[in-house]
Design a protein around this ligand. Structure first.
Ligand code: NZQ
Ligand code: ZN
Length: 393
């Protein structure tokens, strides 16, 4: 087991009616002027926004509301949010929605706490983030894990770059997680979310670290088996409270770094997928199920034993040689994605790419023009990234 530091300070308020504690809890964290942010309108339709507004009003807390966050959240709206939150003298940001809204809230918090610095500078690496302001979320979709993660992903629509920022300042103060709020999620988002949760665990299961990490492996394997089983139930009945609870909690655990302790993360598929979302605006979970099969077929021979272990423990594949088990495990995973109607190649994703120049462009964006290698299980340079995009094509 390698050395590690783990600090996930986010308070979790989980269960039916969790959001009703929002005013009391935020006040306890010192909030007095709350900037509330939401997405494209699902929370207006479900009545959640007006419910939260009523609770905040009744408690006497000052607040201002901004909507309009799109999936693959855009920098321009974040900048607008920074201007509004600054003018409002906000001291707390509250996100109501999924990962895109929470990531925008984190970015608005960073921008508002650092006047004079363009918020994108933190994502491009031009400026170092040294302070921020507290963020809370009322989660409506189990997927990205942003409610507890140290990450936030923003798309700069001027350049087509979708980039993540990892920093302890991204850890929210508190998350309100009521599984009932996810009953209205469109089926496509439900399965994209579950696949994202699975991928957050997979991208920590296959890494360069070969030391024994028995407990971390067991946590990861239990999480993967559970998300696969519960998603099957939820797809048939999205109002199944138990299944939606399991998925919601798995989403937070999968991306708070708990399943990488003593190891590290790889996240190659995420980086290759972000370029697809940046250029074609594809849904995050769908970008991952498109890339993973190609990535796995490209890299499995680096560590066939690990892939065979995955096949045995997740898919119960117990016969055959190590190589046969490894390959069967990859096929089973691809079949699983297909069983959820998730895309497993560019054509199924709806972005068939014909010319090699476009693949080169994606690989250039992902590797900063071949100056950065991706991941550690099999570090990828630009040429390798092109090969994986080609395999996925
Ligand atoms: O915008 P509204 O109208 O709310 O609709 C949303 C949106 O269209 C809808 N939705 C959410 N909850 C709903 C609902 N519709 C009905 N009922 C509800 N209860 O779902 C759609 C997708 O929402 P979005 O927030 O984009 O989804 P998700 O949570 O999957 O977040 C995806 C974003 O998070 C990033 C992704 O790259 C992507 O940009 N990620 C963030 C991470 C992080 N911060 O740690 C890690 C992830 O790996 C990921 O990269
Ligand atoms: Zn993800």
């Amino acid at each position: 087991m390698q050395n590690f530091n783990f600090k996930c300070p986010t308070e979790i308020v989980f269960g039916r009616g969790a959001e009703e504690q929002v005013a009391d809890k935020l006040r306890a964290y010192g909030a007095s002027r709350i900037f509330v942010i939401y997405g494209g309108g699902s929370v207006v339709k479900t009545g959640l926004l007006s419910k939260v507004e009523r609770i905040l009003l009744a408690s006497g807390l000052a607040f201002q509301v901004m909507g309009g966050v799109q999936p693959n959240p855009r920098l321009s709206l974040v900048r607008q949010g920074v201007r509004m939150a600054t003018a409002f003298h906000a001291d707390f940001i509250l996100a109501i929605g999924g990962g895109s809204v929470i990531d925008s809230a984190k970015a608005i918090a960073h921008g508002t706490a650092n006047p004079g610095i363009d918020v994108w500078d933190f994502w491009s690496g031009r400026a170092k983030l040294t302070k921020s302001m507290p963020v809370a979320s009322i989660l409506t979709l189990a997927a990205a894990g942003s409610e507890t993660s140290d990450s936030a992903v923003i798309t700069n629509e001027e350049t087509g770059k979708k980039a993540g920022l990892n920093t302890p300042f991204n850890r929210p103060a508190i998350a309100f997680m009521n599984p009932e709020l996810t009953f209205t999620v469109p089926k496509k988002q439900l399965v994209c979310g579950s696949c994202d949760i699975l991928m957050h665990t997979l991208e920590r299961y296959f890494t360069s670290v070969k030391e024994t990490n028995a407990f971390t492996d067991m946590v990861a394997e239990a999480l993967m088996k559970n998300i696969i089983a519960q998603t099957k139930i939820a797809v048939d009945d999205q109002t199944n409270y138990d299944a939606m609870s399991e998925i919601m909690w798995c989403g937070s655990v999968s991306h708070c770094n708990f399943t990488e302790l003593g190891r590290c993360k790889d996240f190659t598929c995420h980086k290759l997928g972000h370029e697809l979302s940046g250029k074609f605006d594809v849904t995050h979970g769908a970008s991952l199920t498109t890339i993973w099969p190609a990535w796995a077929k490209y890299v499995w021979q680096d560590d066939p034993e690990r892939f065979a272990t995955f096949a045995e423990r997740i898919w119960n594949i117990t016969t055959g040689t190590t190589a046969e088990k490894a390959k069967a495990g990859i096929e089973k995973t691809v079949e699983y994605f297909r069983s959820l109607d998730m895309p497993t190649n560019f054509t199924e994703l709806g972005i068939g790419i014909q010319d090699k120049r476009s693949l080169e462009y994606l690989a250039d964006m992902a590797t900063a023009e071949d100056t950065k290698k991706l991941g550690n299980f099999h570090p990828l340079d630009k040429a390798a990234a092109i090969e994986i995009y080609q395999l996925a094509n």
